[in-house]
Design a protein around this ligand. Structure first.
Ligand code: N2P
Length: 362
């Protein structure tokens, strides 16, 4: 009897493979980038199971997409990477009829992201933020003196300054595009330059501070800043706030600050997109539309401290988040932010080689 039932069930499942497959969505998102209960809520409501993988590097996402058959249905690259991924045909156009919550998007954000994705055809912003500096207030003040300017990239890029911080631990993002853009901006050069001379100048700057960098990693600094293992990191705005929160909750007196340095910083957008070969494109649309609901978008921003691309969510975002100029910059701060365009493949190759020389210190 049992066996007969099993055979009958097996036959049923075999006859409806699409049904079984429809109940899954494979999402590849940045680490520490979603509220704790968002996925569970989505699954409870839709019955769709979310296989949720995380990354901390645009370069990694790109290599998986280029290899093909990633198996992912939703990925979240930054605009300056997404731009050339669209050109390479790696994404399918969004079916906007399946995304009614697009109406909640911030028109200004849509306009900015259209520079990466003409007509906003292939992607929609999740969150946006800046790449600046996170530091341990006491450790840095103790080494640089109470009068030191802590609002400057000098903390990282001036060899004399960063040398004084080496003993308490300095970390840098393992993200060549962003490291070189910050270096070029510090040197007063165009962060979007692809000239070899500028590349060389940025490499020289990075080489000059290389002896004082403990490691290159794009997420390890969150824990390390929070528990006092390091005292300075080039990092992503919200990630530094997560470290600051962890530090204050631990109650050990560690105070972490995030600064958009006065010389300016990169403003980036991370966007949802559906790979051309996504196995579950319908479920991908369902997931993205859920994430675009104002209450879901607000809960995510309140949890991870990155600005939302969703305008309707704003009234649901905590005051301490939306009134923090390091998360939602004032017009004066915004004026100092710069954006990045996609690199040409030729430049990217030079950049990767240069960054490898910096990392290995040779
Ligand atoms: C999330 C980091 C995302 C910022 N933890 C990089 N675009």
């Amino acid at each position: 009897m049992k066996r007969a039932l099993a055979v009958a069930l097996g036959a049923l499942l075999a006859a409806t493979p699409a049904l079984a497959q429809d109940q899954v969505v494979n999402v590849y998102n940045w680490s520490d980038y979603i509220a704790e209960d968002t996925i569970e809520k989505f699954t409870t409501e839709t019955g769709i199971t979310v296989n949720y993988d995380v990354f901390d590097s645009n370069e990694l996402v790109e290599s998986k997409l280029l290899a093909g058959n990633s198996g992912y249905d939703v990925v979240v690259p930054s605009g300056f990477f997404l731009e050339r991924q669209i050109q390479a045909g790696l994404f399918q156009p969004l079916d906007k009829s399946k995304l009614p919550n697009l109406e909640h998007m911030d028109p200004e954000v849509m306009e900015s992201t259209a520079s990466h994705d003409p007509g906003n055809e292939h992607a929609v912003d999740y969150m946006w933020g800046t790449t600046g500096l996170g530091y341990n207030v006491a450790a840095v003040t103790e080494r640089l003196g109470a009068d030191a300017n802590l609002d400057s990239w000098d903390l990282l890029f001036d060899p004399e300054t960063v040398a004084k911080l080496a003993d308490c631990g300095v970390a840098m993002l393992d993200a060549p595009a962003e490291a070189y853009a910050a270096a070029l901006n510090y040197l007063g050069r165009d962060p979007n330059s692809e000239s070899e001379e500028d590349l060389q100048a940025a490499e020289e700057l990075l080489m000059s501070i290389r002896p004082y960098i403990r490691y290159f990693h794009s997420s390890q600094y969150i824990d390390d800043l929070g528990n006092g293992e390091i005292c300075l990191a080039m990092g992503y705005s919200g990630d530094v706030f997560i470290a600051a929160d962890a530090a204050s909750e631990a109650g050990q007196g560690v105070e972490i600050a995030y600064v958009i340095p006065e010389e300016g910083a990169l403003k980036w957008f991370d966007l949802f997109a559906i790979p051309a070969d996504a196995p579950n494109a319908d479920n991908a649309h369902a997931f993205i539309d859920f994430m675009l609901r104002p209450e879901v978008a607000a809960a995510n921003t309140n949890y991870v401290y990155y600005a939302s691309g969703n305008l309707s969510a704003l009234e649901l975002i905590d005051d301490e988040v939306k009134n923090d100029p390091a998360i939602y910059p004032t017009p004066e701060v915004s004026a100092k932010l710069f954006t990045l365009n996609a690199h040409s493949p030729q430049y990217d190759e030079l950049l990767t080689r240069s960054f490898t020389r910096v990392k290995t210190g040779q």
